[in-house]
Ligand binder design. Structure first.
Ligand code: NAP
Length: 265
């Protein structure tokens, strides 16, 4: 069982799921380090947090020097880290035929390389932590590729794969590694993602709020699990994909609409 005072680093804490997580953890008595690029936004979030001992780390995860500097800064404040939430991420809504090299690189640098870099640099601090936990925020589309978001879903598949390997690599160190697969969540994610040909966004009417995802992150810290899907329908779809990919394609196309069609051969 986790102690009540814990030190957590949340990446992508300036908005959406990361911000909601920082707020919830602070309300639960955690000291929170909030990492993102936007210093103004991070300043506003940290100002509104209850409790003490919070820090902001202004950092672009695409820049390895900035990431190293952020962890040096964190090490000056804390001798250990109990929870790392690798949440920062970027979407990319585009067909493969229209992918742009620069955007593709930014996507993978943020969603995959940034997460690996943070995990590696956090390790010495996690070793000094109390029942340390890592939560990697993937997505339901990390377990089932999706048209119009092939690059994004591939980056999230990489996050799922990292979780599978890392939880065994770090098992002997006593560090629990969890993968969280949120489904549609109402945040600024959809506005922030590049979408060069205006592919339709999903309706957020039935989306979860970021607070719900934050509460799942807290639950994982208290009771770690290897992987947690937040929508059973997607879990089923990804399981069907392994044994009956054609059926999975048909079910996905039916649920997406948007003019996609299942492969004819
Ligand atoms: N919303 C959904 O439907 C949904 C569903 C499944 C999974 N997810 C995943 O959930 C995570 C959080 O997304 P969200 O919905 O909360 O979106 P969001 O509101 O757009 O938040 C993204 C966060 O990541 C930070 N970020 C982006 N690029 C960064 C970079 N290069 N360096 C440092 N920080 C960076 C942003 O801060 P700055 O711009 O200030 O840097 C922001 O705080 C992402 O990994 C996303 O893939 C979202």
């Amino acid at each position: 069982m986790a102690t009540s005072f814990r030190r957590a680093l949340v990446t992508g804490a300036s908005s959406g799921i990361g911000e909601a997580t920082a707020r919830l953890l602070a309300a639960e008595g955690y000291a929170v380090a909030l990492l993102a690029r936007s210093s103004e936004r991070l300043g506003q979030v940290v100002e509104g947090l209850p409790g003490t001992g919070h820090h902001t780390l202004i950092c672009d995860l695409c820049d390895s020097e900035q990431v190293e500097r952020a962890f040096r800064e964190l090490g000056e404040h804390w001798e250990g880290l109990d929870l790392l939430v690798n949440n920062a991420g970027l979407g990319y809504r585009a067909r493969v035929a229209e992918l742009d090299d620069g955007l593709l690189e930014r996507l993978f640098r943020t969603n995959v390389l940034g997460l690996l870099h943070c995990s590696r640099l956090a390790l010495p601090l996690l070793r000094q932590g109390d029942q340390p936990v890592v939560v990697n925020v993937s997505s339901v589309v990390g377990r089932r590729g999706i048209p119009g978001q092939v690059a994004y879903s591939a980056s999230k598949a990489a996050v799922c794969s990292i979780g599978e390997g890392l939880r065994i690599e770090w098992a002997r160190e006593g560090i629990a590694v969890c993968t969280l697969d949120p489904a549609l969540t109402a945040t600024g994610f959809f506005e922030a993602q590049p979408n060069p040909s205006d592919l339709p966004h999903p309706s957020l009417e039935r989306a979860s709020g970021p607070e719900m995802v934050a509460s799942e992150i807290l639950k994982l810290d208290r009771s770690p699990r290897p992987e947690r899907y937040l929508r059973w329908k997607w879990r089923l779809l990804s399981a069907i994909s392994v044994f009956a990919p054609r059926l999975s394609d048909r079910l996905l196309v039916r649920s997406l609409g948007d003019g996609w069609s299942a492969p004819l051969r």
